[in-house]
Design a protein. Structure first.
Length: 214
């Protein structure tokens, strides 16, 4: 006969093992989806295609994800975490306006260095379907709040003037527009070898013009 404590330990051990197996399977699916995205494009990702990649039945994948959109949403969440980690690299810059200048450069760098992830984060429709259905966007809001904090510091220091939410959306739109124009091949007027310095300079010139005299 097992004691109550021993039985509880066994039950908890089984639950932990099942949870670990679930997380391992989800990671396997997400890794396969990411691999397909890089090699074939996001439009080629499907439950059936992922099943072929990992050599499982499509039905098995449905035990862990309700549909393709949910898989893409989880990939999008991982991409936002990677971006947030890059955002944090500006935290130690003391002057808020210099922090904002570097903040924009970090955003542009992330987009240029991670085009597939950027497409998924901001351009591919599927994650937006999940955001709309669930009425929440924790990953995106976390990065936006970090930007808002930087903008608030600039307002408090007298560098910027206006509503913090409006300023934050404006700054986000500025860098997003620059990156998206390039990723969508709408910058034919700029030779590829000059893209990075041109985008950095475009951002810095615009943000410098927003700056108020202290």
């Amino acid at each position: 006969m097992f004691s109550k404590f021993a039985l509880f330990t066994i039950i908890m051990g089984i639950r932990q093992r099942k949870e670990r197996e679930k997380e391992e399977m989800k990671k396997l699916v997400l890794d396969a989806a990411g691999k397909i995205a890089v090699s074939e494009g996001f439009e080629k990702i499907s439950i059936r295609r992922i099943a072929e990649e990992i050599e499982y039945s499509p039905g098995t994948i449905y035990l862990y994800f309700k549909n393709r959109d949910e898989i893409l949403f989880d990939l999008h969440s991982l991409a936002f975490q990677k971006f947030y980690d890059m955002q944090l690299t500006v935290s130690n810059i003391k002057d808020p306006f210099e922090k904002l200048r570097e903040h924009g450069r970090v955003y542009i760098t992330f987009g240029l260095d991670n085009p597939e992830l950027y497409e998924l984060m901001f351009i591919v429709q599927a994650p937006g379907n999940e955001i709309e259905a669930n009425q929440e966007w924790n990953e995106g809001m976390k990065t936006f709040e970090f930007l808002k904090q930087n903008i608030q510091e600039c307002v408090d220091a007298g560098y910027l003037r206006g509503d913090v939410n409006v300023l934050s959306i404006g700054m986000w739109s500025l860098v997003h527009g620059l990156v998206s124009l390039f990723l969508r091949k709408r910058m034919a007027m700029v030779p590829k070898e000059y893209i990075r310095p041109v985008l950095y300079n475009a951002y810095e010139t615009m943000v410098d013009n927003f700056r108020q005299g202290k």
